[in-house]
Design a protein. Sequence first.
Length: 153
Amino acid sequence: KFEKIWLIFGFGALLVFLTVIGVSAFYLGNQPPSCLATIDPEKVDTTAPFDKPGLKKVEGKEWDYELVFVASAFSYSPARVEVPLGAKVKVIATSKDVMHGFQAAGTNVNMMLEPGYISEVVTTFKNPGEFLIVCNEYCGVGHHMMHSMIEVV
Ligand code: CUA
């Protein structure tokens, strides 16, 4: 008798888990990060949008601005950029050489920049101030000097 109850409970729990996974995957659109756009690391300087790093206003998208960064040993381009307070910004970045990190301290922006791939994140800068961007992947002797600054005004 008890076996039967436990069996039903077991199958019931399994069904609940599968339903939760199914709903989150297909209805909410939760997917593991994949299908990153690719780029030839040798041609970063001549490929849009990386030929003109910096902040750009965009129309007709879910975000108001696109902020493009190029990382290379041991700096970011641009080295400093101003972003309007409250702007919804898509940060787009790539690396020209080795793997670099891209973490904007005090924000939820934290990406890995891999040569050959384009990393993107959409964020809203809700607080004014200076937000230091640091490299959090060890990339060589100049790793600790690699930084940029987002100034939200
Ligand atoms: Cu770039 Cu560490």
